[in-house]
Design a protein around this ligand. Structure first.
Ligand SMILES: *Cc1c(COP(=O)(O)O)cnc(C)c1O
Length: 357
């Protein structure tokens, strides 16, 4: 039996996608080989690679002048690559501190150059995102870095600030809602939350930005290397790209990002309604910044939380434990998380309250 898996990442994948991968695992389209046993320059893998890029461009309606890249090292490597490539000598980079992931990005940039933290609500409880009016922007900053969804705290940016060069870590909400890519200089995401298995990082970058990179940056750390070589300068992680390709097909069949946004809003709405419907549970993010991806809450009596998580697990509702840094309960309900799992969790919450409230 498949679990209702609320893991924050690596996270649940669409069951249809897993079954498809399973069906062609040993013999990809009559070749007698697995896709992961083939050359990354061969005809079969090339078709997957191109389709995956085309599907992402189509889903996000990516304009001309941007490239879709498959990199490695996770979103965490991007924290360093961004300032290495884009923060010039004598320039300042603006960062919003919205929580744990933003803080990690800021730390890496500070090691490489001058950083202005334009708003700091990283430690606010309830958790939230800063409003655009709060931002103390540097004029002429190399870029503004934001974290679109703080996976740990459950706060999500609903509107993006306007900036000449806006860079967003979208690791935990990419492809969950439509987006105007033309407003961004760069978007990046580790794949293992809302895209596919761990192993690749999706980068969408405006080509002209890559030219800023100083000559001292090593080949494999330059965006231009990936742009100029279609992410095939070295061996791309072929199997994760294949999985991502299957996920993008699945997304297209589900009505694209408009369809996803609607489903995600319905799923999150039900869960927030259950939290708000009683004093027994309390949401931990400010209402207007509540994430549709990572729903975080507490039980008024915190001592009951381990029991809640344990008993939920026995009912096939798995991995509801909040991040070790904040405690409480977290339900990560990415695109692939089925609506029936939300209903099952809501009934369990009612039962648990009836027993212990
Ligand atoms: C998980 C996560 C990261 C780190 O991703 P890795 O791929 O593990 O490096 C960075 N930012 C956000 C918002 C995340 O959720």
């Amino acid at each position: 039996m498949r679990a209702y898996n609320f893991s924050a990442g690596p996270a649940i994948l669409p069951e249809e996608v897993l079954k498809e991968a399973q069906a062609e695992l040993l013999d990809y389209q009559g070749t007698g080989m697995s896709i992961m046993e083939m050359s990354h320059r061969g005809k079969e893998y090339s078709a997957i690679h191109e389709e995956c890029i085309a599907n992402i461009k189509e889903l996000l309606n990516i304009p001309e002048g941007y490239s879709v890249l498959f990199m490695t090292g996770g979103a965490s490597s991007q924290f360093s690559l961004i300032p290495m490539n884009l923060l010039g000598e004598g320039q300042t980079a603006d960062y919003i501190n919205s929580g744990a992931w933003a803080i990690k990005a800021i730390k890496e940039a500070q090691a490489l150059g001058s950083v202005n933290v334009v708003a700091d609500c990283g430690k606010d409880i309830p958790t939230r995102m800063p409003a655009t009016e709060e931002l103390n922007l540097t004029s002429g900053a190399a870029y503004l870095h934001v974290t679109s969804n703080e996976t740990i705290s459950g706060a999500q940016l609903k509107e993006f600030p306007a900036h000449e060069t806006l860079i967003a870590d979208m690791s935990s909400d990419i492809l969950s809602r439509p987006l105007d890519v033309s407003k961004f200089g760069m978007i990046y995401a580790g794949a293992q939350k809302n895209l596919g298995p761990a192993g690749i990082t999706l980068v969408i970058i405006k080509d002209e930005l890559a030219a800023r990179c100083p000559a001292s940056v090593p080949t494999m750390m330059r965006y231009s290397t990936f742009i100029d070589n279609n992410s095939l300068y070295n061996t791309v992680p072929t199997f994760p790209v294949y999985m991502l390709c299957l996920v993008t097909r699945w997304l297209k069949a589900k009505g694209g990002l408009e369809g996803m946004q609607q489903l995600n809003a319905e799923k999150a709405g039900k869960l927030y309604a259950a939290i708000d419907g009683t004093d027994f549970y309390t949401g931990t993010a400010v209402e207007e910044y509540r994430s549709d991806m990572n729903i975080t809450w507490r039980i008024a009596n915190h001592d009951l939380e381990p029991l809640f998580i344990e008993e939920a697990g026995k009912q096939n509702l798995k991995t509801l434990k909040g991040h070790r840094s904040v405690g409480g309960i977290r339900a990560s309900i990415y695109n692939a998380f089925p609506a029936e799992g939300i209903d099952a969790l809501v009934s369990f919450m009612k039962e648990f309250e009836a027993k212990h409230g």
